[in-house]
Design a protein around this ligand. Structure first.
Ligand code: EPS
Length: 403
């Protein structure tokens, strides 16, 4: 079973991640992880912090001469901004007079954090609840992604909307109404969306979105949006219906929901299925050559918690960033009086980054269930197990039911 743990505060010295459980001999280098770290940092609408940070990973253990050893992999991402926060974030006893934060921002973890952890300074809540932590997740997710690529499984994403501005072309509908078994690679979505400043696939929509972000900035406001992430190349049979926590769809939903500011997740047609007839909701089973497939992919590649072999497609919604330059109402905890919420440097929009983080979390969960099924201590062993299963996958079904 693979697992990872992250540590680090947003203005602390660094973020660290420990990743464990990937088979030995998988090739991975810092450049590969850095490529995805950089993708997470782009996007029109980020704040001034992104001018300070330029995330680079340092591999501290678990990888030798470009290959995974099987021992825990530890990864370090330094925070450049630490230089400006040394006194405020020192681990030593308070020496100076660092400002105590007393006004919580609605929608952020400020108030719930001080309530739960019994803090007398909101700074203590802000630091770990910040989405900066997701850089460490992208580093861990990059190893999962590299692992999946060995099996032809790719992950991609695009931003579907920001501030309610959608494209006229509903690509999602096209994805659901086709089975795209052979020729669609999820990675191709990112290859296109990475070229856009807001990671959309439609140039007209991009222009409208950028104008809306400009408006939000002018008003001291923020925006959220929706995004789509997909995984392709998975064989049928990953995940299980045996228990609540073995279902692939449930694990994906948890992983995506865990991303800061995500408020909704759908798999396949999701909420739309609630309004449709059954006959327009399910994917008819068809024979394609010697294998079985589906005519459509409204289920988003998962039935009964198990992959069907069609693209796994998820869609999620991110709420607008909670830090507002034109703040809404709050209470000053030191006086208990009504005040405007605290202003601080932040992003105006982070949906493009959120989609990249979702790719990483999707890669992680898919790799986890993939390894539960195929196991292996070395990548060679995993590949043997994978090919012996996939070679016979529908032959077995056919043989079992032959009369
Ligand atoms: C964040 C607030 C901003 C973001 C940060 C997440 O940071 P700061 O408060 O230092 O301006 O830029 O995101 C990152 C640093 C990052 O790497 O994504 C927050 O409150 O969640």
């Amino acid at each position: 079973m693979i697992r990872f743990l992250t540590a680090g505060e947003t203005h602390g010295k660094a973020l660290t991640t420990i990743v464990e459980g990937f088979p030995s001999n998988l090739c991975i280098e810092e450049d590969y992880i850095n490529f995805h770290l950089k993708r997470r940092q782009t996007g029109y609408g980020r704040g001034l912090r992104m001018k300070i940070e330029s995330d680079k990973v340092e591999i501290l253990s678990g990888i030798r001469l470009g290959k995974i050893l099987g021992s825990p992999i530890s990864l370090l991402i330094k925070n450049n901004d630490w230089e400006n926060w040394k006194a405020v974030m020192s681990s030593e006893k308070r020496t100076g007079n660092a400002e105590k934060i007393t006004i919580p921002r609605p929608g952020h973890a400020d108030l719930v954090g001080v309530t739960k952890y019994n803090f007398n300074d909101i700074r203590n809540s802000i630091e770990r609840s910040s989405a900066r932590e997701t850089a460490a997740r992208v580093a861990a997710g990059s190893i999962a992604r590299k692992f999946l690529e060995e099996f032809g499984i790719t992950i991609g994403s695009y931003v579907e909307s920001i501030g309610g501005i959608y494209s006229k072309n509903n690509l999602l509908q096209t994805l659901f109404e086709n089975n795209f078994k052979e020729n669609f690679k999820a990675m191709s979505l990112s290859e296109k969306s990475d070229k856009s400043e807001v990671r959309v696939l439609d140039f007209e929509q991009e222009k409208k979105i950028i104008n809306k972000i400009k408006l939000a900035k002018k008003r001291g406001d923020t925006l959220g949006g929706t995004f789509v992430a997909a995984a392709t190349g998975l064989p049928a049979g990953i995940g299980s219906f045996i228990q609540y926590d073995t279902k692939l769809n449930a694990d994906i939903a948890q992983a995506i929901m865990s991303i800061n500011a995500v408020k909704a997740v759908e798999i396949g047609m999701g909420f739309l299925l609630a309004d449709a007839f059954g006959s327009a909701s399910h994917d008819e089973i068809i024979k394609v050559g010697e294998t079985l497939s589906r005519k459509t992919n409204r289920a988003g590649g998962i039935e009964g918690g198990i992959t069907t072999g069609l693209p796994v497609i998820i869609r999620a919604a991110m709420k607008p960033i909670a830090t507002l330059m034109s703040p809404i109402e709050s209470i000053n905890l030191s006086t208990m009086e009504k005040v405007d919420a605290r202003r601080e440097r932040s992003d105006f929009v982070a949906v493009p980054a959120c989609a990249v983080i979702a790719e990483s979390m999707l890669a992680w969960v898919v790799a986890k269930h993939f390894l539960i099924k195929f196991g292996g201590d070395s990548i060679e062993e995993t590949k043997d197990n994978f090919s012996s299963y996939t070679k016979k996958i529908f032959k077995r079904v056919k043989r079992n039911f032959r009369q």
